[in-house]
Write a protein that binds this ligand. Structure first.
Ligand code: ZN
Length: 336
């Protein structure tokens, strides 16, 4: 009998923890933890029902998320960053990047990872809209390490990662997510080893994606070259980040191979197999959710977060403003 009481108390604690975590620091991860609690509770319930066959079984229904399925998701695309003025449309200043995050937060966007999108697990609060951040080319402005006073390596506050970390400290419910599409020839400045740089990002919850070894133009590449360009990055990251599997690709220049697209999706290089779950374009629209049968994950569009003052059709604010005027365009979470 004592055991039954203990199990019941444990079950209640698991429920309370799950509810309390719902609006916690990291929406996706927190819910996962919550689900683990539910699983452990289900085990308790199973054991409980063996002990007390006459009592009705308690059925735990996991939380279901409903979205405005006619809406689309912005996969924002960034390239270079600067502490100065934005010299071209591919460069965002740190101040303007911070303002992008503020605008998004105030307009009900919450960040999710690319894998949250791919797994259809974008667990944002009711009324909020998920957004995915992506960064191409592994530039130093996106992320580089500096030595802290205690000797540890941290992200420079003057980097996109530094800005996101600061924003996350100030707005924990925004989430801390982004995928960095790197080239094998080098990434993220010269401080720290490849392993230290990759592991820092992964430990913070960021993702690493493939942007090919030499930023190749796939339309001019042979089958062997395509496999080498993709395989080298997959191998490099696996070796330097404890077997981390790179399974997302952003097309350099947004250009694919008409003849050999199958090898961009999957292939092998020197014994390293790869399989890309998504291939991202450079422009220029919000993406369909994976639940939509028309979604093409091998040609998934992104929206450019533009630098400079010009407003350009199909860039980030062009879309954001249209979505504010037409909220049905947003893939926002509905009441359950
Ligand atoms: Zn690029």
């Amino acid at each position: 009998m004592k055991k039954i009481i203990m199990l019941t108390i444990m079950g209640i604690c698991a429920i309370l923890c799950f509810v309390g975590c719902e609006n916690g620091k990291k929406p996706g991860k927190t819910i996962e933890e919550g689900q683990q609690n539910i699983e452990s509770q289900e085990e308790n319930v199973a054991e409980h029902s063996v002990l007390q066959e006459n009592e009705p079984e308690e059925i735990i229904v996991p939380e279901v998320y409903h979205y405005n399925e006619s809406g689309k998701i912005i996969i924002a695309m960034y390239h270079k960053f600067t502490s100065g003025t934005e010299s071209d449309e591919w460069t965002r200043s740190f101040d303007n990047f911070y303002q992008d995050l503020e605008y998004l937060y105030e307009h009900g966007y919450r960040s999710v990872s690319l894998h949250d999108y791919l797994n259809n697990e974008m667990k944002v609060p009711v009324g909020c809209t998920p957004i995915v951040f992506t960064f191409d080319d592994g530039s130093k402005g996106q992320f580089h390490l500096i030595e802290a006073e205690d000797g540890s390596l941290i992200a420079d506050p003057e980097s996109a990662v530094g800005v996101m970390e600061r924003f996350y400290r100030e707005h924990p419910d925004f989430g801390l997510n982004g995928t960095f599409f790197i080239n094998g020839t080098g990434y993220f400045g010269s401080t720290g080893t490849r392993a230290q740089k990759l592991q820092y990002l992964i430990d913070k919850g960021f993702e690493i994606g493939n942007h090919t070894n030499t930023h190749v133009n796939f339309s001019k590449a042979s089958i062997d070259e395509i496999q080498k360009e993709i395989g080298v990055v997959v191998k490099d990251v696996a070796e330097n980040a404890n077997g981390y599997v790179v399974d997302t690709l952003a097309l350099p220049f947004g250009i694919t191979s008409k003849e050999y697209a199958d090898y961009i999706r999957s292939g092998e290089y020197e014994g390293t197999r790869y399989e890309n779950k998504v291939v991202l374009l450079v422009g220029a629209n919000p993406a369909l959710p994976v639940s939509n049968e028309d979604v093409n994950l091998m040609r998934l569009p992104r929206v450019r977060a533009r630098g400079g003052n010009k407003e350009v059709e199909c860039d980030l604010y062009w879309w954001l403003e249209r979505m504010e005027k037409n909220p049905e365009m947003k893939y926002y979470r509905l009441e359950n």
